[in-house]
Design a protein around this ligand. Structure first.
Ligand SMILES: [Zn+2]
Ligand SMILES: [Zn+2]
Length: 257
């Protein structure tokens, strides 16, 4: 391989690759239609259905008829509403979250955010929301990953909702181990005091209704810890939006069709 190629700007290289290699769907490796700007084909997106209805008006969790919500008790009182697009883990959705988070495909964020933008919110949330706040990554993880997937989702979602993204109101001073293999109790302990408000941010937060953005919600431990930090700093109402949501005990199991 010649030096000019190795040293060439990545923009030139990407351009040449685009000309020489057909683009394939990130989920199924099927060749995308020529000129298709997306990273995921329609067939795969059709395999990522919205969470089933009916759903709880507050927490957005699929609800059984006539029973009180089993997911709402996870949330502090000042959390107004939670919305998620689809179940994760499982199938294409899990693949997409993995690609975004661990394989560096941050260009996927707009496609995920497009689904998140379709979620319906209670009227008061639509009227009052001041900004999106991405769940921050610790500096150490930011260095290894190169970007914060929640920030990419928030940036892509904000124009759909017509609100700004506040990137610099909350930070994560210490890295916490991945939550993936932890029990709900361990998750709570793992993220306790993980966040703090950035100096000077409370003035913007005072009285605000902010929507926290994350890729996936499981037990809500991370989002709740973030919300508590924002609440302590003066935010008065907090909502959450995520692309994926983990099933809780009692939810219908994943159908692999
Ligand atoms: Zn596909
Ligand atoms: Zn609920």
């Amino acid at each position: 391989m010649s030096d000019w190629w190795r040293a060439g700007s990545s923009a030139v290289r990407e351009h040449l690759e685009a000309l020489l290699l057909p683009r394939v769907c990130l989920a199924c490796d099927g060749v995308l239609r020529p000129g298709c700007e997306r990273m995921v084909c329609d067939v795969c997106w059709n395999r990522v259905p919205e969470l089933p209805r009916p759903r709880c008006e507050r927490c957005g969790h699929p609800a059984g008829s006539g029973e009180s919500c089993r997911w709402c008790p996870l949330l502090p009182d000042y959390v107004r509403a939670v919305r998620s697009w689809c179940w994760v883990p499982g199938g294409v959705a899990e693949r997409l979250v993995h690609a975004l988070k661990y394989e560096g495909w941050h260009e996927l964020a707009p496609e995920l955010a497009e689904r998140m933008a379709r979620l319906d919110w209670p009227a008061d949330v639509r009227d009052e929301r001041s900004a999106l706040v991405p769940v921050p990554l610790a500096a150490e993880r930011m260095r290894t990953r190169g970007f914060n997937q929640s920030a990419k989702l928030a940036d892509a979602l904000a124009p759909h909702l017509g609100v700004p993204v506040w990137h610099d109101v909350i930070e994560r001073p210490r890295a916490t181990p991945s939550q993936t293999r932890l029990t709900p109790e361990q998750r709570l302990h793992n993220v306790a005091d993980a966040f703090r408000v950035v100096e000077g941010a409370p003035s913007i937060l005072r009285g605000a209704h902010v929507i926290l953005v994350d890729d996936v919600v499981t037990t809500a431990a991370t989002l709740n810890e973030c919300a508590a930090t924002l609440w302590d700093a003066g935010a008065r109402i907090i909502s959450y939006v995520t692309f994926g949501r983990a099933r809780a005990a009692g939810d219908a199991p994943l159908s692999r069709g």
